[in-house]
Design a protein around this ligand. Sequence first.
Ligand code: NDP
Length: 496
Amino acid sequence: MTDTTKPPRRFAEIDPEQCFDMLIGESWVQASSGETFRCFDPYDDEEWGHVPVASADDVAHAVAAARDAFATWSRIPALARSAVLSRWAQLIDENSETLARLQVHENGKTITEMRAVTGSLRQTADYFGHLALGPIGSTIEPFMPNHEAWTVRQPIGVVAAIAPWNNPLGLLSWKLFPALAAGNTIVVKPSEVTPVSTLFLAKLGLEAGLPAGVLNVVTGAGPTGAALVDSPGIDKIAFTGSTSTGAVIAQRAAARFLRTTLELGGKGAQIVFADADLDRATASLVTGITAGTGQACNAGSRLLVHGSVYDEVIDRLRTLIPEVRIGDPLEPTSAIGPLASRPQYEKVTGYLDLAEEEGNELLVGGRRGEQISGVTTGRFVEPTLYATPDSQSRIRREEIFGPVGAVIRFDDEDEAVRIANESPYGLVAGMWTKDVSRAHRAAKRLESGVVWINTWRAFSTNVPFGGVKHSGIGREIGPDALLEYTETKSVWLGLD
Ligand code: NDP
């Protein structure tokens, strides 16, 4: 007889006692030590799945497998590499719901957002599959007489790719597909919070025809990532994560002159000028702080509002923000899921406490956990806004990585740009204005890798993304991304 007292499991298709294997060379394996850790669903607090903790030895085997595979993968015709990426894209499409659900289970991102992410995964695989077929160098007429010169772009070698938990599949795809398209091989270290969706993506890669060793996945926490960074067999590190970990990795890479791409933290400024379309601007301000439950490097977590429209904007936000639906991330009607992990919940609620201690004025939100009506489970925080007139306020300066925004009033364009640029970060920034001249002027002056005008969070696989200042080095996606995974070689020919 079935037990009718227990609610059905939300992820009935996954055995919570399953031992997942990691991928080294041609084998799906457990850690050599036998050590495992457990995944955790942030919505119902349940642990599920056992995942191996890769030791330094396991990492060395994965790097050796990638090194062996490089000899052939880097030399096969680009057409063959492109065909594998195309088949992979197709398999991602066919398995998109499984990928989306796995990630919801791991980090509580909403199913609606995940369906969009799996769509863009497919596009990224396809796009870099096509780029692999493009020109790989140029012919140059040198200044020296009786010589010819040309360049070729060659793969770098073994790439170590380290990804965070907030958008593990999307951010990994920005490394995986350009690296493989260019002929590199790769060892991936997903976050310990989100390893299983990555393992499933790798399984699809093998089904698509990736030869053994071209893609390896080692699971574990920070020490596994550190072992990968320190591995003598790698040639490049592609990292997305916090600025503090990025700084450690950059130092270790510098000692060995390793190539790096670093996508780090952010504290995006959304500027609302007096002439903004307030319907569109305020809707965007809300998604800027709520998308991904605010756990997004591209969050618009500083809201700069011109004094002449300040009161109206705040009134509108006080209406719009409570309408954002908080709930089970598996429900398509939920716009906000729980924070992805216990430490992240503690970090974000710590900032709510700090906001009060600092004396910031609470404008809307501020409740957490069971203080939120209808919430009986999960680590939820309401979308919350504080007025932060003090430029030293930590709520205004630090990346919170939760649905919390700092509102700042400004009086003119110069002041808006100065405040936007006062952050050590420089990943994304945006503005709402109908004045085309101002939009061009301010876009040039904002210290940011990406500037959005009358839009927010616009992405396309063929447009580069990346930061300046403490937000990182290098660009992902777009044509520039392929260049990040190749070396230019200049070849000279002396003529008789
Ligand atoms: P972390 O820096 O803590 O971790 C990122 C990855 O690095 C994880 O896989 C982590 O493993 C691993 N790691 C931790 N310590 C080391 C180490 N010493 N050497 C090598 N690897 C290590 O970041 P989070 O996972 O907390 O991600 C959130 C951060 O990522 C935010 O600051 C956010 O802004 C940034 N981010 C940036 C984006 C961008 O495009 N610029 C996009 C998305 C996020 P484990 O988690 O298992 O400990």
